[in-house]
Design a protein around this ligand. Structure first.
Ligand code: CP
Length: 312
């Protein structure tokens, strides 16, 4: 099996061949969610903990459904009703959960590097469900799965990633992944949210969406992450919308068969008009649907193999 990791902490450490293994495995799991009985015994007897220190609609429920469809048992940790409110540290919380011998802990945290930190003292598999502005590997994998589903392959594609690049773990994971697949990436946003240092990733930068969107195959819009912004990065939402919102008029400049993506949650009327979010060109809900198959694949590849030799 071409996937020998103990943990999934990010895309940066995966090879293009491992990425394709996840996508191909997800392909084989996709059909299970369309059955009347959406369950296979693949991970029967395994126990998984969903440990989210940040809000989530898609990722948490998607991991839960993925685990359940593979017959694993999953426990959802609720921070508000946990002993963290009595002052228990993050490390003690994880040490105690790890002592219960789960087969995997899925972690989302507002601080970059927390899942990596957990691997230094946990016995179990750790999966990063989004850490600060660092990485969100399963989002990038489900995005790649959706792009391949729509475009058949990654050859000669021009992918735009638009918006709050600075604070976006989704952008970083997508940059790492699409680069490994040799896709042309153009990052677009206001200079305050698109630092020139992103050039080091070998991508194109453009501050003008009307120009950059010409000939795009995929337009991936990002949410303005006001909760991570400690100062004003643009004068007003109105100005941001005028320059960077995806409207029907703007989208006409992209290729005729271009698709619209967004990891969610959407700010309708800010980074994307409601019409565009709901249009036939939008694959936003397909991304959500595909997320389950991709997360089933990740759980299977990390927990399912009997005689795997882990390299990290
Ligand atoms: N895309 C994403 O991570 O959504 P949630 O925050 O709802 O999990």
């Amino acid at each position: 099996m071409a996937f020998k990791h103990k943990h999934l902490l990010g895309i940066q450490t995966l090879t293009s061949s491992e990425i394709m293994t996840v996508l191909d495995t997800a392909e084989s799991f996709f059909e299970i969610s369309t059955r009347a009985v959406k369950k296979v015994p693949t991970l029967r007897g395994k126990t998984i903990i969903n440990l989210f220190f940040e809000p989530s609609t898609r990722t948490r429920s998607s991991f839960e459904l993925a685990a359940k469809r593979l017959s694993a048992d999953i426990v959802n940790f609720n921070q508000q009703t946990s002993s963290t409110v009595k002052g228990e540290t993050f490390k003690d919380t994880i040490l105690n959960l790890d002592a219960m011998n789960p087969d995997a802990i899925i972690i989302r945290h507002s601080c970059s590097g927390v899942p990596q930190f957990a691997t230094t003292f946990c016995q179990t598999h750790i999966i990063n469900a989004g850490d600060g502005a660092h990485e969100h590997p399963t989002q990038a994998l489900l995005d790649a799965f959706t792009i391949r589903q729509e475009k058949k392959n990654f050859k000669d594609l021009k992918v735009l990633i638009v918006g709050d690049i600075l604070h976006s773990r989704v952008a970083r994971s997508n940059i790492f992944l699409l680069q490994k697949l040799e896709v042309r990436i153009v990052l677009v946003g206001p200079p305050s949210l698109l630092p020139l240092e992103f050039k080091k990733f070998g991508v194109d930068l453009d501050f003008n969406l009307d120009r950059a969107i010409e000939g795009a195959d995929v337009v991936m819009m990002l949410r303005i992450q006001l909760e991570r912004q400690e100062r004003n990065y643009f004068p007003s939402i109105r100005e941001y919308r005028n320059l960077y919102s995806l409207t029907e008029k703007r989208f006409r400049r992209a290729k005729k068969n271009a698709i619209i993506m967004h990891p969610g949650p959407i700010n309708r009327g800010v980074e994307i008009s409601a019409d565009m979010a709901d249009s036939a060109k939008s694959v936003i809900l397909k991304q959500v649907e595909n997320g389950i198959a991709v997360r089933m694949a990740v759980l299977y590849l990390l927990l399912g193999g009997k005689e795997r030799e882990a390299i990290d």
